[in-house]
Design a protein around this ligand. Structure first.
Ligand code: SAM
Length: 448
């Protein structure tokens, strides 16, 4: 948004208003179509709805940026971490579930919520008032709170709740040290320590394993390792459903997918349920594989019994033992590592691949305001990447910087990593979500 004259600003404002006005009719029509479909999955929008939604989020943000008093806006942004804290507090103490259980239509008294959460009601009121202004809860009459469409998503949804909790524990506190990490990095190729290490004294994955003792009574003594493992299922489900629809998984027929650094196997589990012919080998560190076996025995016991899923402790920096698999899946993996390690991980897979093998990197695909030839451009007057609609990916990108000194990759950066690992990107699959698939093959395959 570079316009400064009143004439320019007025033109942009009117264009945005027109965009929003016409989007409303499209959205209402899509809602009506969804309402008539008994099999509609709320996590899978139609193509039309997905694109119009992005445009609306971008346009609303740009519209309010244009009309808000700029100094006020900057100061407001500088305090946004309190929004995250409020969300964390309510997710951690299960406020949405408490309301869902007790609400008979006129809201739940703050005293009841306070007693059940263990938070003094006047203080909790401040937290809930902030979230009500963001439509996360609603105050039905003074001191009585109800759920909204947003807070209802947390009700009986342990994976999502775990994700919201996990973001506010050691990940949140390490962000305090991001300025130190960056200021210390001047002139150095890489910072001596990530912000996460400065704050917690150990790298991310090591810290998790050190802290398998209870963290906090309110979390039923659940250790952070387990919270994070379950959070991956939550985040994965919320973000990946369109990836299951928009990548042609059927083409793998009864092939084998090696889920490299697969965690408890959140993505494989979802794929296994949707594509019953596929086979899976789930690889991760020993502590996570133990957790994974318990999750699969509960969620898909048949796949365990028939060995449709196999579990393997494997360090992805070492030789890949499964040769010539149809697909090596890596969801949320490359974004955890700086470039050098990404190249090692990819090179180890390259050595195991046969010409038919593919690597499927499922991650945020970074799109900046200047745009990319590989990604759909937003309509004018929005910036190429839909502006505010890209915020989620930028936040993830900054989290990766804080935790690992790493990043989310743009199509051009995926291509560069592939080239340095003896691979090539054959396609960037844009999906109806924040995640996409960067598909790689050996650089000597004929496919383009
Ligand atoms: C962000 S999580 C993603 C998990 C999973 N792919 C998913 O989408 O749910 C990254 C995973 O990498 C695993 N990991 C970290 N270092 C590893 C290593 N050297 N070898 C194998 N797995 C590793 C972690 O244990 C964790 O499960």
């Amino acid at each position: 948004m570079v316009s400064s004259s009143i004439e320019d600003k007025a033109k942009t404002l009117r264009l945005l208003a027109t965009l929003l006005y016409s989007a409303a009719e499209v959205i209402v029509k899509e809602w009506e179509i969804e309402a008539e479909d008994p099999n509609h999955d709320p996590l899978l929008p139609s193509e039309t709805l997905y694109h119009v939604r992005r445009a609306v989020v971008g346009a609303c943000g740009m519209y309010s940026d244009l009309v808000q008093e700029p100094q006020h806006r900057l100061m407001e942004l500088s305090l946004q971490h309190f929004t995250a804290r409020c969300l964390h507090i309510t997710a951690r103490t299960g406020v949405a579930d408490i309301i869902a259980e007790a609400d008979t239509g006129s809201g739940v008294n703050i005293k009841t919520i306070g007693t059940k959460t263990g938070i003094e009601p006047n203080r909790l009121t401040q937290v809930l008032h902030a979230l009500c202004s963001l439509n996360i809860f609603t105050e039905i009459k003074p001191g009585f709170y109800g759920n909204t469409e947003l807070s209802r998503q947390m009700v009986n949804n342990e994976p999502l709740r775990n994700m919201l909790v996990a973001q506010g524990l050691s990940i949140f506190s390490s962000s305090v040290e991001l300025p130190t990490m960056l200021l210390n990095s001047a002139g150095a190729e890489k910072p001596r320590k990530t912000a996460y290490e400065v704050m917690h004294g150990a790298p991310f994955w090591e810290y998790f394993e050190q802290n398998t003792a209870k963290l906090d009574d309110n979390l039923n003594q659940r250790p952070e390792l387990e919270i994070f493992a379950h959070a991956m299922i939550g985040a994965g489900r919320a973000q990946s459903t369109p990836v299951y629809a928009d990548y042609p998984w059927e083409a793998l027929q009864d092939g084998t997918i090696v889920d490299v650094g697969g965690g408890v196997g959140g993505m494989s589990l979802d794929l296994a349920k949707r594509f019953p012919r596929l086979h899976f080998i789930l690889q991760d560190r020993a502590a996570v594989i133990t957790e994974a076996q318990a999750v699969w025995r509960q969620e898909l016991p048949d796949a365990v019994a028939t060995k449709r899923v196999q579990f393997m402790v494997h360090d992805f920096f070492k030789e890949q033992p499964v040769k010539g698999a149809d697909a090596y899946l890596m969801r949320y993996i490359l974004h955890d590592w700086p470039e050098e390690q990404c190249i090692t991980i990819l090179s180890k897979l390259r050595e195991a691949m046969e010409p038919h093998s593919r690597i499927l990197n499922v991650d945020h695909i970074m799109h900046n305001t200047v745009g990319s030839a590989h990604l759909k451009r937003a309509p004018a007057p929005l910036p190429a990447n839909y502006g505010h609609a890209q915020l989620f990916s930028h936040m993830f990108d900054l989290a990766m910087l804080t935790l690992f000194d790493s990043k989310e990759h743009s199509p051009e950066e995926f291509a560069s990593l592939a080239e340095k690992s003896g691979l090539k990107v054959v396609k960037i699959w844009e999906c109806r979500t924040v995640l996409g698939v960067a598909e790689m093959r050996r650089d000597d395959t004929a496919l383009n």
